[in-house]
Design a protein. Structure first.
Length: 724
């Protein structure tokens, strides 16, 4: 047995070489420089010793098969590194290719997750057997990090399943498949129930296929479904970019376009040229800003957030066994479902048994849908539902070790509800409120154990939205914070932590986005252009339609309350130009938003959104008045980023990663930016460039764009927003 740095060579008496992927310096295998050197050395050895080799098996000694590219290096890569990146990617690919084309059977025994680079190694094998390990995922999710699979993933999936399937099933969405679904979709050949079965299947393939070639290396191979050289296929080709444009709504994501180009161009040439084309596009993406933003957010920040960077360290982990959900309305019903899905017993309480049962019926509906779509079994769905007790009886809450309150948004009602239950639940139960606007420190005054009281702000619809904003009140203890954090993780959601303040982080910042969009209506800008600007900036919801969803009267109520509080405290209220537009919409035109049947848009009887209300043009729009499209987009993006910096100054936010993740996963800040503060870091010219642009916007559109002191300070020192 000889050693190479990250790949162990194990050869048995029958001539089967098992290449055990096992990077000694990391918990997971990645395509780093050590791997590159190792795989090249392995390719040399395989060629040199081929007479004694009967077949080759890739497998891994780690829990995951192989993690993927080395992202740490990628976020640092500038244009000056382009040649190195290109050559390094090609170096790994050439080595895999040499092993693939030797004529010996090569099998991937995929013992755990094989995402990105891991699945690319598997694709360079003639046969793929996946172990059906819990949580194991297979696919090429590079697009979700602003990248393309640059280890042969584009060239091989196109040849394996055809351009259309490769794009739709694997490349453009970055879908992560369970081993069974990977089998159904043609990503692997076999699934095994145990590691022994997996290895037996791998050996059986070698035994029965003494000489192996990839389908694309067999003379006469044609790409399934055709290529642009086929007139019928070529006739459909223009629809590809058109569909993509429609899907992206014009938002600036370079990766899907690069993937499509690499797939289509690569289909018209031989494998080696396709592989080079793929590496060129890969390099372009790696040195660009969007990939850096998305890697920072979806890899580094998300990992920091979920692993507990904002959780007090010296509190022991605890699991919740039984949770009381108070209020079985829209939010309570969703929270009950999410908790029960994670295996927690739920007591769902409302004023009447009927209302509580209605709340539980929501879980019944979601379960039935999941069973019908094959996402769960009837047995699991029944067990989930059996964990939810719907009741109007306070005594049923006995023994609950956590409480999540979701009754109407009213301080005195919330006080009353907590009074009613605080001596019924477990004496040390964690006490949480799902308020979206009320100060946590004020709500805490309604309970005896204020240090156990905390805000747990879920987003709607709860079963789909991955984020929970944890709000620490003035008297919330570290123990409660840690327990709240653990509860959010227990239900598989992502927790960000903020300090108490009106609107916390998410509600306050999204308010700026909406106000800015609405203000533009008031200035006389064509409303359809405002909506288009939001979509092309990458916001998942257009600004005026979002306002309608939230209802126009709600921000008005919050605004009036906030204004009163600020003025009572001796402060001064800065009127936003959007306020007058909302007032006119509600008071003069009686348009309250979607729930009222009319808002910035018209709505059909069944609530379906129609066209923008023609009255907007009549009452607000100044014909011919325009501002640059870029200004429209940046007014929305900057208004959110600038307020986030103010929240850092005020100490409401204490973590950059929490801000970035919260903005994308909670309030739809465009993902290509890497989050609201990474947007500032990655802006043209960096933080200084962003600051200069904010000054320009302030001069043209109003003082609200004036850069806060913290921003100016960072710009002057040449620093970026980072937790490290
Ligand atoms: P909802 O009106 O749908 O539900 C409230 C429920 O509370 C009703 O079923 C009502 O019968 C019940 N209730 C009232 N008094 C009660 C009592 N004394 N005991 C038990 N149940 C009682 O409201 P919702 O949209 O689910 O909002 C609930 C809370 O969540 C509010 O504080 C709201 O601000 C917050 N929130 C809402 C959203 C959202 O998008 N709707 C998002 C985040 C947070």
């Amino acid at each position: 047995m000889s050693e190479s740095t990250t790949i162990r060579w194990e050869q048995d008496a029958t001539g089967i070489v098992t290449l055990v992927l096992d990077d000694p310096n990391q918990s997971a295998n990645t395509m780093n420089q050590a791997f590159r050197a190792s795989i090249i050395a392995i390719a040399d050895r395989v060629e040199a010793e081929q007479d004694s080799i009967r077949g080759i098996i890739y497998t891994s000694a780690k829990k995951t098969f192989f993690a993927g590219g080395d992202l740490k290096d990628m976020v640092k890569a500038g244009p000056e590194h382009a040649q190195d990146i290109f050559e390094s990617a090609l170096g790994i690919k050439n080595a895999l290719r040499r092993i693939e084309t030797l004529g010996k059977p090569v099998v991937a025994a995929i013992n755990g997750a094989a995402l990105g680079g891991g699945y690319e190694i598997a694709l360079a094998s003639h046969h793929r057997v996946a172990l059906d390990a819990p949580g194991s995922k297979i696919g090429l999710p590079e697009v979700t990090l602003g990248l393309l699979p640059g280890g042969g993933g584009v060239a091989r999936t196109v040849r394996l399943m055809g351009i259309t399937d490769a794009l739709l099933k694997v490349l453009l969405q970055g879908t992560q498949y369970t081993p069974k679904r990977a089998l159904d979709n043609g990503l692997v050949h076999e699934v095994a129930a145990t590691p022994e079965e997996m290895m037996a299947k791998a050996i059986a393939f070698i035994d029965t296929h003494p000489e192996s070639r990839q389908p694309w290396d067999v003379p006469g191979h044609r790409i399934p479904g055709g290529t642009p050289s086929n007139p019928k296929f070529a006739a459909n080709l223009p629809a590809f970019p058109a569909n993509l444009r429609k899907q992206l709504n014009g938002a600036p994501y370079p990766a899907p376009r690069a993937i499509m180009a690499a797939a289509v161009e690569g289909s018209q040439v031989d494998f080696e040229t396709a592989s080079t084309i793929e590496s060129r596009y890969f390099t372009e993406l790696v040195i660009g800003q969007t990939a850096k933003n998305m890697i920072q957010a979806f890899f580094f920040d998300l990992q920091a957030v979920n692993s507990g960077a904002s959780r007090p360290k010296d509190v022991e982990k605890r699991q919740v066994r039984k949770v009381a959900v108070l209020g079985a309305g829209m939010m309570g019903a969703g929270i009950a479902y999410s908790c029960a899905r994670a295996g927690i017993e739920v007591v769902l309480k409302d004023l009447s048994a009927e209302s509580a049962a209605k709340g539980k019926a929501y879980s019944e509906k979601l379960c039935a849908k999941a069973v019908a779509r094959g996402r769960t079994t009837q047995e699991k769905a029944d067990a989930l539902l059996a964990r939810i007790t719907a009741t109007s009886d306070v005594q049923a809450l006995a023994g609950c070790d956590a409480v999540i309150e979701a009754v109407f948004e009213d301080t005195s009602l919330k006080h009353k509800v907590f009074q009613e239950i605080q001596h019924v639940v477990a004496p040390d139960a964690l006490l949480c409120s799902n308020t979206s606007t009320l100060p946590i420190s004020v709500l805490a005054e309604g309970v005896e154990r204020q240090s156990d009281f905390i805000g747990l702000h879920f987003f709607s619809p709860v079963d789909k939205m991955p984020l929970v904003e944890i709000i620490k009140g003035e008297r919330t203890g570290d123990e409660a914070l840690a327990r709240a954090f653990d509860l959010v993780r227990q239900i598989n959601k992502t927790p960000i932590v903020v300090n108490d303040s009106r609107g916390f982080f998410t509600s306050r910042v999204i308010g700026h986005f909406i106000n800015e969009g609405v203000a533009m209506v008031g200035e006389g800008i064509e409303p359809a252009s405002i909506e288009q600007a939001a979509a092309q900036a990458g916001y998942p919801a257009k600004v005026l339609s979002l306002m309608d969803e939230l209802t126009l009267t709600l921000p008005r109520k919050i605004r009036n309350e906030t204004r009163r509080a600020i003025e009572e405290a001796g402060g001064e209220w800065a009127t936003h130009p959007g306020e007058a537009v909302i007032d006119r919409m509600v008071d003069e035109f009686g348009r309250q938003g979607r729930s009222g049947g009319a808002g910035f848009y018209d709505y059909a009887e069944d609530g379906k959104r129609g066209k923008l209300w023609p009255g907007l043009r009549e009452h607000f729009t100044k014909p011919g008045y325009e501002i640059p499209f870029r200004d429209m987009q940046e007014r929305m993006l900057f208004s959110e980023a600038l307020d986030t910096v103010r929240l850092l100054e005020e100490g409401v936010l204490t973590s950059i990663a929490d801000a970035n993740i919260g903005s994308i996963m909670g309030i739809g800040f465009p993902a290509w930016t890497g989050g609201v503060l990474q947007y500032v870091n990655g802006y043209e010219g960096g933080v200084a460039g962003f600051t200069a642009r904010a000054r320009e916007l302030a001069e043209t559109y109003g003082e609200r764009f004036t850069p806060p002191a913290l921003l100016v300070d960072k710009a002057e020192r040449g620093e970026v927003f980072t937790d490290s």
